[in-house]
Write a protein that binds this ligand. Structure first.
Ligand code: HEM
Length: 238
C-alpha cells in the first residue's frame, strides 16, 4: 500500500504543545506539594521549600497562560490542521459522522478510524474541553494569586470569580482539576498509542517531527502537496 507523508504540525504548534506540557507538569507537581506539603515537618525541610514550590507554580502559571494565548492566536494564522475550526467538529455534518465513528472505534465497534490527518473528531472535542479546563485553571489560579494584593492587577482582572463563588469553592475546584489532568494524560496517551499502532499513522512521533502518514487513496483530495509518499510494504506493511 502506498502511503503519504504529510507535514501536519508546524513548528509553532509543536513548540506550544511542549511549552504547555512542561508548564502543566510543573504546575501539577508543585500544586500537589502546595496542597500536601509532605516534606514539611515540625523541624522543617530545607528553608523556603514551600516558597520555591509556589514560586515555580506561579512561573509555570505564567508560561501556561502565554502558551494558551499563543496557541489560540495560532489557530487563526496557522495551517488548516491547527485551525480553530478543527476544534468544533459538531458544526460540520461530515465531522459529526466521524465523531460517532471514532467513538465506536474506541468502543471496539469498528475496525478502523475514519481517515483524518489532523485531530480525529473525538480528539478535537477532547482538546476543546481540555483547553477550556486550562483556561479555567488560569482564571482561578490568577484569582487566588490576586488575593496577595487586593489592589493589584491580578485581583482586579480575575478577582470577580472569588467574589461570585467564594474562596473555598474556587480553591476546591482549582485542586480538583489536578485529578482531571491526571485522567486526561492517561486517556491521551492511550488514544495516541492505539492510533499509532493500529492505524500506523505516525501519531506518536508527529508532535516531535510534525509529520503524519496516511494511505494514498484516502487522501486523494488533499489540497496541498504531500511531503513524500512511500511503499508501506518495505516497512513490513500489507
Ligand atoms: C494545570 C494547571 C494547574 C494545576 C493542576 C494546579 C494545581 C494546583 C493545586 C493542586 C493547588 C493547591 C490547592 C489547595 O490545596 O488549595 C494550587 C494552588 C494554587 N495555584 Fe494552581 N494549578 C494550575 C494552574 C495554576 C495557574 C495557571 C495559576 C496562576 C498563577 C495558579 C495559581 C495558584 C495559586 C495562587 C495557588 C494557591 C497557592 C497558595 O495559596 O499557596 N495555578 N494549584
Amino acid at each position: 500500500m502506498r502511503r503519504l507523508v504529510v507535514k501536519v504540525w508546524e513548528f509553532p504548534v509543536r513548540a506550544m504543545h511542549w511549552t504547555n506540557f512542561l508548564a502543566i507538569v510543573g504546575l501539577c507537581i508543585t500544586g500537589a506539594y502546595i496542597h500536601y506539603p509532605f516534606l514539611s515537618t515540625p523541624r522543617g525541610p530545607a528553608p523556603w521549600l514551600m516558597g520555591y514550590a509556589r514560586y515555580i507554580h506561579f512561573i509555570c502559571g505564567w508560561a501556561l497562560m502565554i502558551g494558551l494565548l499563543a496557541r489560540w492566536l495560532w489557530s487563526f494564522i496557522g495551517n488548516k490542521y491547527a485551525s480553530v475550526k478543527e476544534f468544533f467538529p459538531f458544526f460540520y455534518a461530515s465531522r459529526r459522522r466521524d465523531l460517532l465513528d471514532v467513538v465506536q472505534y474506541y468502543l471496539f465497534g469498528k475496525r478502523h478510524l475514519p481517515p483524518h490527518l489532523g485531530h480525529n473528531a473525538m480528539a478535537s472535542v477532547a482538546y476543546l474541553l481540555f483547553f477550556g479546563l486550562m483556561w479555567f485553571q488560569v482564571v482561578t489560579g490568577f484569582a487566588l494569586f490576586g488575593q496577595y494584593d487586593l489592589h493589584g492587577t491580578a485581583y482586579r482582572i480575575f478577582g470577580v470569580v472569588l467574589e461570585v463563588f467564594g474562596n473555598g469553592w474556587i480553591r476546591l475546584a482549582h485542586y480538583f482539576v489536578l485529578f482531571v489532568v491526571f485522567s486526561f494524560v492517561i486517556v491521551h496517551l492511550y488514544a495516541m498509542w492505539v492510533s499509532d499502532l493500529a492505524e500506523r499513522d505516525g501519531t506518536a512521533g508527529s508532535m516531535f517531527s510534525g509529520y503524519k502518514y496516511g494511505p494514498l487513496e484516502e487522501f486523494a483530495d488533499l489540497d496541498h502537496r504531500p511531503w513524500k509518499s512511500f511503499d508501506d510494504r518495505r516497512r513490513g506493511g500489507t
